[in-house]
Design a protein around this ligand. Structure first.
Ligand SMILES: [Cu+2]
Length: 143
């Protein structure tokens, strides 16, 4: 009896938290509303574990993928194809660095913070072009 009761409670809390999960939409654009070229908009999202991010191919020629190593331990990387609209649900707390592969050097990057996120020391360990680094730095100011 007790075990059954506990299981029902756990299920109820799962259903409850799923009910509050949010979906954020990110536009992949040749030109942002501030006039900047090759951008994800918004460029920074604060999400909660279990929230979904949907990348919209508003303009052609872009993709969304995790930059190598820029994700929390235990999280799954994702990699969209060019012009592909993808939806990813992020369950691990931490900082996720997303890039558009064709425009990485032009600084087409964005940051997603999930839960109580801190930037790990290893975040910039991989190859990050200067313009991408500058935008990441600005986005990380939000933390
Ligand atoms: Cu792009």
């Amino acid at each position: 009896m007790i075990r059954t009761f506990t299981a029902s409670l756990a299920l109820a809390s799962l259903v409850g938290s799923a009910g509050f999960a949010e979906t954020f939409e990110v536009q992949m654009l040749n030109k942002g509303s501030d006039g900047e070229r090759m951008v994800f908009e918004p460029a920074f999202i604060q999400a909660a574990p279990g929230d979904t991010i949907k990348f919209i191919a508003a303009d052609k020629g872009h993709n969304a993928e995790i930059s190598k190593g820029m994700l929390p331990d235990g999280a799954d990387a994702f990699k969209g194809k060019i012009n592909e609209e993808i939806e990813v649900t992020l369950t691990e707390e931490g900082v996720y660095g997303v890039i558009c592969k064709p425009h990485f050097a032009m600084g087409m990057v964005m940051t997603i913070a999930v839960g109580d996120a801190e930037v790990p020391d290893t975040f910039f360990e991989g190859r990050v072009p200067p313009r991408a680094k500058a935008r990441f730095d600005a986005q990380l100011e939000n933390l």
